[in-house]
Design a protein around this ligand. Structure first.
Ligand code: NAP
Ligand code: MG
Length: 402
């Protein structure tokens, strides 16, 4: 069989630990035999980030901007323990944070559904995609803890010298304080990424904040979304999809009662918390896909989970592991499909679709990694190790391509 051709390289960002092992297996078994894979390779494994003083992460993010589509393996975010484990020169920042800062985007997370794994919420029939704003709020806040009574104020000095000041609180004793911000530009980008993604995937868009309490801060989010929607409204109407704003607590209640099949745009913290709730209720973090979409149309696909350290340590001891490669495979298929769309390569798109279908069929036939075995219902389950799972997918894929 002739291999499927690519025209523009995909930016490939390799990573760490067990997912780095999966990465290699996926390429060798499921991609290289079928696709004339063109990638620009960046090694974001921790040793290489340390050796290059993290320049490799910046280079990879810039390549993502240049070519438009990247696929990323999970990477270690160093902490104190990793400093000694990897003899690091510095506690490097999270690569995802660095890439997000350069691309300025929104992270969309959606579960991969199986008919044999029923969501905890019985009414959910279609995936719920969480769109998480990836900048600011408490993730870029400053905090104080005080020991005596006093007055706390919030003060802004403009470039012009103009001052705006409000009293936070007159405190009669020790207290805790927090100052956070967001930027109008970032909120606008967030809104545009969400509207664009809703159009790309033909799904309704929900957005929620707490603007009844936070009239200025959350009020600005709501207002900016309303303004940006004006440019997309006609396209929404043509596609028959809708934009819907509601309060976060009302949204939570409606999401639980819904059938799914929409995008839920959340502020940074809400998205952090709600994506864990939604992924767990749908099954497992190993079945959650994630894509960062920038407002100027760059895409970075990855798995939502980490490097699965516990499995890696077992792998290093020579023990058998049953790590689920689904989210990592779907990062590749998402990226290849997007590359195919942009470069008008229908064969590449069709390959990505067939590989996804081969994965789903393998799971539906009961061949699955251990994390899914306890969740599957109504089928006979055959637990397998990672390598056997990938080989079973390959057999299914070969049939579909024949
Ligand atoms: P993790 O790698 O997501 O794994 C946590 C646990 O979830 C695993 O021990 C495993 O449970 C289960 N799990 C996750 N993915 C799985 C898969 N594909 N197949 C089967 N089970 C899976 O999270 P972590 O242990 O907290 O973090 C490990 C490293 O990943 C850290 O260094 C962190 O910085 C990094 N991280 C990176 C990213 C990213 O690059 N996007 C995101 C999160 C974390 P059992 O052990 O019970 O089987
Ligand atoms: Mg979280």
């Amino acid at each position: 069989m002739e291999k499927i051709k690519m025209t523009t390289p995909l930016v490939e960002m390799d990573g760490d630990e067990m997912t780095r092992i999966l990465w290699q297996m996926i390429k060798e078994e499921l991609l290289l035999p079928f696709v004339d894979l063109k990638t620009e390779y960046y090694d974001l494994g921790l040793p290489e980030r340390d050796r290059t003083s993290d320049q490799v992460t910046i280079d990879a993010a810039n390549a993502n901007k240049k070519y438009g589509v990247a696929v990323k393996c999970a990477t270690i975010t160093p902490n104190v323990q990793r400093m000694s484990e990897y003899h690091l020169h510095q506690m490097w920042k999270s690569p995802n944070a660095t890439i997000r800062a350069i691309l300025d985007g929104t992270v969309f997370r959606a579960p991969i559904l199986l008919s044999c794994v029923k969501p905890v919420v019985k009414t959910w029939e279609a995936p719920i995609t969480i769109a998480r704003h990836a900048y600011g709020d408490i993730y870029k806040s400053v905090e104080l803890r005080t020991e005596e009574p006093g007055v706390a104020t919030l003060r802004f000095v403009g470039q012009s010298g103009a001052v705006q000041e409000v009293e936070v609180q007159r405190l009669d004793g020790p207290a805790v304080l927090q100052g956070m911000h967001n930027k109008e530009q970032s909120i606008r980008s967030f809104a545009r990424s969400c509207f664009q993604y809703a159009i790309d995937t033909k799904q309704d868009l929900w957005f929620s904040t707490k603007d009844t309490i936070s009239k200025t801060y959350d009020g600005a989010f709501k207002e900016i979304f309303d303004q940006e929607y004006q440019s997309y409204q006609a396209q929404f109407e043509t596609l028959g999809i809708s934009y819907f704003y509601t309060l976060i607590d009302d949204a939570v209640a409606r999401v639980i009662r819904s059938k799914g099949g929409f995008i839920w745009a959340c502020k940074n913290y809400d998205g952090d918390v709600m994506s864990d709730m939604v992924s767990t209720a749908f099954g497992s973090l190993a079945m959650m896909t994630s894509v960062l979409v920038s407002p100027d149309g760059n895409y970075e696909y990855e798995a939502a989970h980490g490097t699965v350290t516990r499995h890696y340590y077992r792998y290093l001891k020579g023990e058998e592991t049953s790590t689920n490669p689904m989210a990592t495979i779907f990062a590749w298929t998402g990226a290849l499909h997007k590359r195919g769309e942009l470069d008008q390569l229908p064969d590449l798109c069709s390959f990505a679709e067939k590989l996804e279908a081969a994965c789903i069929d393998t799971l539906q036939s009961g061949i699955m990694t251990k994390d899914l075995c306890s969740l599957a219902e109504g089928i006979e389950v055959k637990p397998v190790n990672t390598a056997d799972f990938i080989r079973a997918i390959r057999a299914n894929l070969e049939q579909k391509l024949a």
